[in-house]
Design a protein around this ligand. Structure first.
Ligand code: PBG
Length: 342
């Protein structure tokens, strides 16, 4: 009885509220929620990063990225066909280089027959309509795991590295890469790569620069995927996570140097940076939902702690809300399949 009285009192109080605005009205039914929806995620927003490994019909699991595998080139081609059928516009390709081929200078990056180049040629031949994005940086090829050339006393040489990166970019363009994506964070690399591409006649090869790339703990599983053991850290070239105005400067420089598209990386912890970049420059702006972000969602989902499908979609719409035009995500095929099912 006491409870019933309290409820009646409460109902009277509520009906006494004469609210002009009741935001909940628009949320009252699914059709209405759909009607007022502000942002949508579509398959056109997805870039699918794939890991390549030597060996046919090979699919190796990656311990820290459940659901993601390293794939032999024939398997990459199969996944590219699947991506095209799903409507995914572009793939990012990352090689797991044999340890025997890694050295201090990352020489294998300049081998026109390296894994990435062979994968690019194979996919281009089988699935010509899909965009291929290749990473320019030395870390998959160096014994020390750095993106650039390392001196004996542990410094990364900027200008000498840029010269190598230009050559790496040209080899990738020669193989058929559509977008060159420098992820190394050396100063001046975009201008040098643009000049190199243009001189070699690759006027239409785009540059998507990892413009605001932070030194991040969230890249851990990626290094596992590539078999990289990093000596030291990347803080003399990747950005400090405490900064955001510096990201604006980095993006301004890359655009000035000829970048066609820019990227902010990692993703969810840096949504504020995506928004600032988009508002400041209004150019095609991409985000990278990196390996550690993927791993966190997967780990929680596999433990039954969160609903994985919902968390995946919620994490991706966040990028759209922040102003991103597209997202590199290991969830790409799963999302595309979800969106297709409707
Ligand atoms: C290499 C590179 C990294 C990633 C993409 N390109 C790692 C790093 O800079 O250490 C990370 C991607 C991911 O974590 O998913 N320059």
């Amino acid at each position: 009885p006491a409870a019933r009285e309290i409820a009646r009192d409460a109902a009277e109080t509520v009906s006494a509220l004469s609210l002009r605005n009741r935001p909940r009205r628009n949320r009252k039914a699914e059709w209405s929620r759909r009607l007022v929806r502000e942002h949508v995620l579509t398959t056109d927003d997805l870039i699918w990063p794939l890991f390549i490994v030597e060996g046919d019909s090979r699919r190796d699991e990656i311990g820290s990225m459940p659901g993601v595998e390293r794939l032999g080139i024939d398997e990459i081609v199969r996944e590219a066909e699947r991506a095209a059928a799903l409507g995914i516009p572009a793939l990012g390709l990352f090689p797991y280089t044999d340890h025997a081929l890694r050295d201090a200078r990352g020489s294998e990056a300049l081998n026109a027959q390296n894994l990435v180049c062979r994968a690019v040629r194979a996919v281009k031949q089988a699935v010509p309509g899909i965009g291929l994005i290749t990473d320019v940086a030395l870390d998959p090829y160096t014994s020390h795991g750095h993106d650039g050339l390392l001196t004996e006393d542990g410094r990364i040489l900027n200008d000498e590295t840029v010269a190598v990166l230009v050559e790496q970019a040209l080899i990738q363009a020669e193989a058929g890469a559509d977008i060159i994506a420098p992820s190394d964070m050396m100063d001046g690399r975009v201008a040098a790569i643009r000049e190199g591409l243009d001189k070699a006649g690759f006027l239409d090869v785009q540059i998507m620069s990892y413009a605001a790339k932070y030194a991040s703990a969230f890249y851990g599983p990626f290094r596992d995927a590539l078999g990289t053991t990093l000596i030291g850290d990347k803080r003399t070239y990747q950005m400090d996570s405490s900064n955001d105005s510096e990201a604006i400067r980095e993006v301004a420089l890359d655009l000035d140097e000829g970048a066609d598209m820019v990227m902010v990386k990692p993703g969810l912890p840096y949504l504020d940076v995506i928004r600032r970049v988009k508002d400041s420059f209004d150019v095609p702006t991409f985000a990278y939902q990196v390996s550690g972000e993927y791993a966190m969602i997967q780990a929680a989902a596999l433990n039954g702690w969160i609903d994985g499908e919902k968390a995946m979609l919620e994490s991706l719409i966040a990028f759209k809300r922040a102003g991103a035009d597209g997202v590199f995500t290991y969830f790409a095929p799963r999302v595309a399949e979800q969106l297709k099912r409707g």
